[in-house]
Design a protein around this ligand. Structure first.
Ligand code: SAH
Length: 232
């Protein structure tokens, strides 16, 4: 079925995902159409920019498959409204941050803020360049180099948190940094992984819902990732 979701252009890829039922929210569709995946690819895999598959971005990391970005953004969309604050943990190429920025704040909506936290310094630098190449004002996404498992409390609490790598267990620090109400999308597990949607209600009560099985790179220590040789 993957062939139905490729495209010759970014817009074609996104529309094909919508036709295949992988994407239905109009705001997410528009944000993904505006965020050209080719701007977030390494030259060696540029020809796969509009394929619905993950691709290596070096340093043991991958840019996730577009349908995973669609699922993430659709799950978080109610919390990615104009003016919201969002955190992307393991921001890698920066592509999810760019979509989040397009969902939560434009020049006219003002106060929304996106923070991407990534532990590979080279990826942090590269993602900063990517969002600018993709036409976003650099001030709309703040990329931080650090251990995403601890989150980034000084810019929180966050309406929405996306974790782009699989955590061995739910990260309490990230749950703490969710606003009430707020939502987190986090893959959890090692050999087998599942996406868990964590909701915090207006009173601060936390509930968890398992969404589906996935296979992500691990949320881990930097040296383990660089020495794993598994994904590069
Ligand atoms: N959403 C990103 C996913 C990148 S892959 C994209 O589509 O481009 C997951 C990322 O998590 C990698 O870039 C990896 O370097 C990063 N990562 C893994 N463990 C981390 C940690 N403890 N802190 C911060 N980033 C981490």
């Amino acid at each position: 079925m993957a062939w139905t979701c490729s495209g010759k252009t970014n817009v074609e890829l996104v529309l094909n995902m919508a036709r295949a039922g992988l994407l239905s929210n109009t705001r997410v569709l528009e944000a993904m159409k505006a965020t050209d995946r080719a701007k977030y690819m390494r030259p060696a895999s540029a020809r796969y920019a509009y394929d619905d598959s993950p691709q290596s971005i070096g340093h043991g990391a991958t840019i996730s498959a577009p349908h995973m970005h669609a699922h993430t953004l659709e799950a978080l969309e109610p919390f990615l409204q104009p003016g919201a604050r969002a955190l992307d943990v393991g921001s890698g190429s920066g592509v999810v941050c760019a979509c989040m920025a397009r969902l939560i704040g434009g020049a006219d909506t003002g106060t929304g803020a996106v923070v991407g936290i990534e532990h590979v310094p080279e990826l942090v630098e590269w993602s900063r360049e990517n969002v600018v190449k993709d036409g976003l004002d650099a001030s709309r996404v703040t990329f931080i180099c650090g251990d995403g498992r601890k989150g980034y409390p000084s810019s929180g609490p966050y309406d929405a948190i996306h974790v782009g790598a699989a955590a061995p267990s739910l990260c309490d620090d990230l749950v703490d940094q969710l606003k009430a109400p707020g939502r987190m999308f986090i893959p959890v597990g090692t050999d087998t992984q599942e996406v868990v949607q964590v909701d915090k209600d207006a009173e601060g009560n936390v509930t968890k819902k398992t969404l589906f099985g996935v296979m992500y790179v691990p949320l881990t220590e930097l040296d383990k990732q660089l020495n794993s040789g598994r994904y590069s």
